[in-house]
Design a protein around this ligand. Structure first.
Ligand code: AMP
Length: 322
């Protein structure tokens, strides 16, 4: 199937072409037509499947007519995401796919000053991407108006539940118009997710792309059995291999992540850390330096395990059992 057969707006097709995509991924072929037809949808898919474009492209196609020349400013779409990093990544995607539209986007998350976000909301937006906590806060203070909302997306819904966002999500969704299209994406289909879909969706269609139990075929997996005390030395030893040029190390605990990073740094290996005790600016910097190749190793807790898409990672090290 080709993108042009999916019924997308010509301006969106142009942006897809600009992005260099030649054909839709399976979830895009499966999900775009029913989303364009107005159906609610549950997408069971992991990051890397192209799910962001799967919901963004049809949503922007529908919005293109409403937005017109851009003077129409009511918020039509809301995307909820669990982490700031994912919210920013969705923001980048939306801006890329919407680059030929006069689209106004605001992204809302905690841990940074609220004034730029409040100003963006005040100026009027068509689409808001948000983490539930900060959005709740701004909604209670009446900075967001969802009376014209048509589309709601819950991205990485299972992760949002794991992080305890259910009460905030419920409160947010309660204040949205009943008549809307709701799209839910999750890596797993659990009882809790089913409850959520009953509560928030209307006759949703279910798509399951790829099975979570199957590791990616292109990944070679190796296990090293080693006493805990020797893990730091083993990691340093492995990193002598220059092929390990862009390495993501997962650590279970924040303080252990800091320790691993200090150990690597003192051996002269440029390293950044990403976990929830770091400030938002430090987290953004760490991810950017890693993406740009300024640091060779990023040591992270599972805050980076979901939804983050970095090109060119050579190795992932599970320093602790994942
Ligand atoms: P996602 O699963 O949404 O995080 O997307 C994973 C990556 O796939 C992102 O880097 C996208 O830019 C890229 N991508 C999405 N759709 C396509 C496509 N149809 N062809 C090639 N790359 C794509």
């Amino acid at each position: 199937m080709s993108f042009s057969a999916l019924g997308l707006d010509p301006k969106i097709l142009q942006a897809v072409k600009d992005a260099g995509y030649t054909e839709p991924t399976p979830i895009q072929s499966a999900a775009i037509p029913p989303i364009l037809a107005g159906h609610d949808l549950i997408g069971i898919a992991q990051t890397g499947t192209g799910k962001t474009a799967a919901f963004t492209l049809p949503m922007l196609t529908r919005l293109a007519t409403v937005i017109g020349d851009g003077r129409q400013r009511g918020t039509r779409a809301l995307v909820l995401a669990p982490t700031r990093e994912l919210a920013l990544q969705i923001d980048e995607n939306v801006r890329a796919y919407g680059r030929h539209l006069p689209l106004r986007v605001a992204t809302v998350f905690g841990g940074v000053g609220e004034h730029p976000q409040i100003n963006a909301l005040r100026a009027g937006t068509h689409l808001i991407i948000a983490c539930p906590g900060r959005l709740m806060d701004l909604m209670q203070r009446r900075y967001a108006d969802f009376s014209q909302l048509q589309y709601l997306v819950l991205d990485e819904a299972d992760r949002m539940l794991d992080m305890g966002f259910l009460p905030s999500i419920r409160q947010i969704v309660r204040s949205l118009p009943q008549k809307r299209q709701t799209l839910l994406f999750s890596a797993t289909l659990s009882k809790e997710i089913e409850t959520l879909t009953h509560e928030f969706q209307h006759a949703p269609k279910l798509f399951q792309i790829g099975r979570r139990a199957n590791p990616a075929e292109t990944v070679t997996q190796l296990v090293y059995e080693v006493p805990k005390s020797l893990k730091p030395a083993l990691l340093l030893h492995l990193l002598k291999d220059p092929a390990m040029n862009m390495v993501l190390v997962f650590s279970r605990m924040k303080h252990a992540a800091d320790r691993v990073a200090r150990n690597l740094e003192s051996a002269g290996i440029r390293t950044a850390t990403l976990h929830s005790n770091r400030s938002q600016n430090q987290r953004l910097r760490a991810l950017k330096d890693f993406k740009d190749g300024i640091v060779r190793v990023l040591v992270a807790t599972d805050i980076a395990a979901r939804g983050i898409d970095v090109d060119g990672i050579s190795h992932v090290v599970n320093y602790d059992f994942p």
